[in-house]
Design a protein around this ligand. Structure first.
Ligand SMILES: Nc1ncnc2c1ncn2[C@@H]1O[C@H](COP(=O)(O)OP(=O)(O)O)[C@@H](O)[C@H]1O
Ligand SMILES: [Mg+2]
Length: 345
């Protein structure tokens, strides 16, 4: 029997994004090389239909730049983005793909027009994308969208300022859903919200994935936030993917020293264990001037001279973990052993 292998919904291959600083007159006269910042450095991954991939890493590691490249807000410097196996730039104009991939931002207020009511905001999106034929169809669709995201339709004539932060994020989710996307890039969508509201919005994303089959690239700086909604998690550091693994595997047996350090930043309920867990040491290097070799070498407890010679490859392990490290922790050790041995990190 011939087995057909379906292309993933989205595939990113060796994506790079550099921001080159414009060279001033003095640079030009002295012949100094352009000073660039490699915000996304050789990032590869795929997302299956209906899957949530979490992306985590400290502020400035390139998460938003990566998300922006996927929705066409930044042209990549190199690499490929494939949609169902076809290069995204071959799929016609960016308008066609904007139906398929939608982006949600951290601060919903800045992406909502303060002078447009909820109904006008959603109505305009439906109109611009040619999704509804008549006014009554539009009104029905608006009510349906509001119910999907848990907002009472009676609030539809209110302006954005009348809503709480969590409600505004629900509005931007409704607006993203209005065009029928297959993938939503959610860039720190709950970082600005209170913990209790965070949980409600995260549950809403999970409900949308389960009932509508929408896939998510869910960006957060906190591993805890992505833990329960991601099937897989990618850990980024200074523009590079350091580890990519199944979510449970990453939590049970993190292999990259940076993944371990991020995990140990998660508060543990047991105070005795908490004392064994050191925080991430040292400062984040200047992204304009990353350390030679492994980007994490300047903060890594396992660093050797070899780490500073070349950027390690993203190696694949039998546990299905991809890890960019010369001296990874081995996946066989149990969670309990790790807790005990964390003080050596
Ligand atoms: N438009 C831009 N021009 C120049 N540098 C940028 C631009 N956008 C982001 N950067 C830089 O790229 C790096 C990655 O930023 P970003 O993707 O916003 O990180 P994150 O979302 O993980 O906090 C940072 O050093 C940031 O200063
Ligand atoms: Mg960001």
């Amino acid at each position: 029997m011939v087995k057909t292998i379906e292309a993933p919904l989205l595939e990113v291959r060796h994506l790079h994004k550099r921001f080159d600083k414009p060279r001033g007159l003095i640079d030009l006269l002295s012949g100094a090389p352009a000073r660039g910042l490699h915000a996304v450095h050789d990032v590869s991954f795929s997302i299956a239909a209906g899957e949530t991939l979490g992306i985590v890493g400290e502020s400035g590691c390139g998460k938003s730049t990566l998300g922006r490249c996927l929705v066409g807000l930044h042209p990549p410097s190199a690499g490929e983005i494939l949609w169902r196996g076809r290069p995204i730039n071959e799929l016609g104009n960016s308008f066609a793909i904007s139906h398929k991939i939608q982006m949600i931002f951290q601060d919903p207020y800045s992406s909502l027009n303060p002078r447009m009511t909820l109904a006008q905001t959603l109505g305009e999106t439906l109109k611009v994308h040619g999704i509804v034929a008549s006014k009554s169809e539009r009104d029905d669709r608006i009510d349906e969208l509001l119910l999907t995201v848990g907002l009472p339709p009676r609030l539809k004539d209110h302006l954005p300022h009348a809503f709480s932060g969590g409600q505004r994020q629900r509005i931007s989710i409704a607006r993203a859903l209005a065009v029928g996307p297959e993938l939503i890039v959610a860039d720190e969508p709950v970082s600005a919200l209170d913990a209790s509201v965070q949980a409600q919005i995260i549950n809403l994303f999970e409900e949308i994935r389960e009932t509508m089959g929408v896939a998510f690239l869910f960006i957060a700086h906190d591993l805890n936030v992505v833990r329960h909604i991601s099937q897989r998690i990618g850990v980024m550091y200074l523009g590079q993917m350091m580890e990519l693994a199944d979510a449970d595997t990453l939590f049970d047996t993190p292999m990259h020293p940076y993944s371990r350090a991020l995990l140990s930043a998660i508060p543990l309920p047991d105070p005795e264990q908490r004392n064994l867990v050191p925080s991430l040491e040292g400062e984040l290097p200047d992204p304009h001037n990353p350390p030679p070799g492994c980007a994490f070498s300047s903060r890594c407890p396992r660093v050797t001279a070899a780490c500073q010679e070349a950027i390690p490859a993203l190696d694949e392990y039998p546990s299905d973990q991809r890890v960019r490290c010369l001296h990874p922790y081995q996946p066989q050790i149990s969670r309990l052993d790790q807790e005990k041995s964390r003080h050596v990190l």
